[in-house]
Design a protein around this ligand. Structure first.
Ligand SMILES: [Zn+2]
Length: 118
């Protein structure tokens, strides 16, 4: 059974572009580590901000941080899957090395293990 690598590469590239687009709205790339993203601080002049504005800004920053964390970890999975593809190892379970079920890859092209080892 040969996987349609072009199909999965396209899925992964599209998801990568989408994740990077979303990340760039709330975070900026760390110039020293391009895979690492840092949340942008809310645009607020703290010296003149009222208390409620401060609380809002803190909440906004917390939300952005958790969104950023989720996007970044998903992006890392997608990049890993693309890297495996470059090495010719795409679709092999990271635990046992057996082929990952194609239906599973279609549901999540960045899956790194088979169902049994998930
Ligand atoms: Zn496995």
């Amino acid at each position: 059974m040969a996987l349609d690598l072009d199909y999965f590469r396209k899925q992964l590239e599209e998801e990568k572009a989408r994740l990077e687009g979303e990340l760039s709205t709330i975070a900026k790339r760390n110039p020293e580590a391009p895979e690492d993203w840092e949340v942008k601080a809310p645009d607020l002049n703290l010296m003149h901000a009222a208390k409620e504005e401060m609380a809002d800004a803190e909440e906004e920053l917390e939300n952005a941080a958790s969104t950023e964390y989720n996007l970044e970890s998903r992006l890392r999975d997608v990049n890993e899957a693309l890297e495996k593809m470059r090495q010719g190892k795409y679709g092999a379970c990271a635990v046992g090395g057996e082929p990952i079920d194609e239906a599973r890859l279609r549901a999540n092209p960045a899956a790194v293990t088979c169902v049994k080892h998930a």
